[in-house]
Write a protein that binds this ligand. Structure first.
Ligand code: ADP
Ligand code: MG
Length: 238
């Protein structure tokens, strides 16, 4: 009998979740800071995509998220908005270390995420640095000395800087893994584990995004790095 009860509860939950998803369309309904809403309006963004309207409310509550949705569905804003919100709503900072680290598999993707970040953090004290391979290492060391709040990086180069002690993860509040499936396919598991280990604080929130959940390596890495994550899978049956 108890097992029947559990099933009924699950049905009710997924129904209400579907309803919830269907009614929230506009960014203004997601609980975002008015300063962010203003920026979104300026950028011409009004309606949130499905991944945005499901991931943003969960992430701004401080929960870990494991989310998948297809390419082009708006995952970048789904993690940048909660990250910006955490800066706006967080305690005034005492540490000078970076507070948000966003990892992407390739330089090109890192550059795209960084460009999107700049549209949101312009005019705020929450500045960012782009740290990717193929660029001058010492110039990047200088970038770290400016104490950026946000770092957008590829895992290989970022891990090199950790070994070189150009930066530390002591104050990290948010770790975001963009295209986690591709990072793992490219062999970055050791670097991700090292970063996780050095930023393993109780306060840390982790958001993991992937094009698919059909990847054992993604599920395994999520179980290592995420704390009771909310699992969101858009456009698939799981
Ligand atoms: P993904 O990471 O899921 O592949 P992106 O975050 O790169 O997708 O977004 C794809 C494109 O959609 C980008 O050009 C982005 O500016 C645009 N976009 C994202 N969210 C919205 C939105 N809510 N309304 C309109 N365009 C959006
Ligand atoms: Mg993307």
């Amino acid at each position: 009998l108890s097992h029947i009860k559990v099933e009924i509860l699950l049905i009710v939950n997924s129904e209400s979740e579907r309803f919830y998803r269907s009614i929230i369309l506009h960014f203004k309904d997601l609980g975002l800071d008015p300063r962010l809403l203003k920026k979104l309006t300026h950028l011409g963004f009004e309606r949130a995509t499905e991944i945005q309207r499901t991931a943003v409310p969960v992430a701004i509550m401080g929960k870990d998220v494991l989310a998948s949705s297809k390419t082009g569905s708006g995952k970048t804003l789904a993690f940048l908005l909660p990250a910006m919100q955490r800066m706006y709503r967080g305690k005034p900072f005492t540490r000078r270390d970076q507070r948000v680290l966003i990892l992407t598999p390739t330089r090109e993707l890192a550059k795209q995420v960084f460009a999107q970040l700049r549209t949101l953090n312009a005019g705020t004290p929450y500045d960012g640095a782009l740290i990717v391979g193929g660029e001058n290492f010492n110039d990047q060391v200088k970038e770290f000395r400016k104490d950026p709040m946000f770092v957008v990086a590829t895992p290989g180069r970022f891990a090199d800087h950790l070994e070189h002690r150009s930066t530390s993860l002591d104050g990290l509040e948010m770790l975001i893994l963009d295209e986690a499936d591709r990072m793992l396919d490219l062999g970055f598991a050791p670097q991700l584990r090292r970063i996780h280990e050095l930023a393993n604080h109780r306060r840390r929130q982790t958001l993991m995004f992937s094009a698919t959940m059909d990847n054992e390596d993604v599920i395994e890495m999520a179980s290592e790095m995420l704390n009771a994550p909310k699992r969101l899978s858009i456009g698939s049956s799981n």
